[in-house]
Write a protein that binds this ligand. Sequence first.
Ligand code: ZN
Length: 350
Amino acid sequence: MKGLKLECAKCGREYQYSLGLFTCTDCNSLGFTNLLLRDPEGMLLEKDESEHRKTPCYKIPGLNRALGIPELYIKDETFNRFGTMKDRRSDVLVRLAQHHGFSKIFCVTGGNLGNSLAEFAGKVGIGCVALAPKDIPKKILEKLEKRATLTKVETLFDPSQVWTAERVVENFPDSLDGTANNPCSTRAYTKIAAELSELNPELIVVPLGSGELFCGICQGIEETGMRAKVIGVSVCDKNPVGLALRHGIDEVALEGTFEERAANKIAVHFTPLMPIIMHFISKGHMFAEISDRQMQDAIFEYQPYFEQAIEPSSLSVFAALEKLPLQEKGKKIVCVLTGRNHTSEPLGHR
Ligand SMILES: [Zn+2]
């Protein structure tokens, strides 16, 4: 793909795009991704910018009153093909796999990502190799078992499940690395920023997770010249980003296994994107921590504003919005509703 470039988030060094090149080793160790994918010709993203191809963005008056934020908009990613923002990245990764002639794509998933990727890959005859925790919702598990080669693990929140680029290549040499290691995985989310450029919000609030959405939107903001700052929301002490910020380092993986159920829906043990997350935080984008308790309360409190079950991690952003200082609450804010939750639990109940 000749039009693609990779650029080190830290030193700005440019590289010709090459499959498997994820790190500028002048700046970070192998295993951490610090290269941003530049795609000036739009080779990886669909060029169609027409209105009906965008996910909707709307206000929910009752929710806005409850939060005391009159100008809060929901960017509703459940309107993507399989009900999740991850459809955007699946589309990009499948194109990439096709271009490089891979017959399989590897991913580590809590459910939605793997399901979306398997659907997109399946349509063009590419296989999906997925690694998922055994306790994901039954509906998704059944789908994944049907559409992907699935390996079930006890939990993803354990050091044994850190999948560096090197480890993926070693274990799955004939699969495209479809994890956050791959700089192409964040590219799709730049389009969310582009779709919001007309609304021109001052703040965009997203769940942080492994940082793909956060980094993609920050990059999109930079490329479209918007004024917005992004806030990534994560659970206190349950994330490597918090640790990295506190200690000023950008290569962190957590040790030990988490016990809180709510935190497991939002926290990650390791993210290869740490150097890029830190880069964007140094540019004025932000990181907000909430407690496990606040996360659980937010799920209970804000799910009822939505007609369909929403991913718990996505509801965590409302806990952060509650805590915004008063002067910030007057700003035009967008929060990204990342996807549907495939749960059999009744809505709005703990
Ligand atoms: Zn560099």
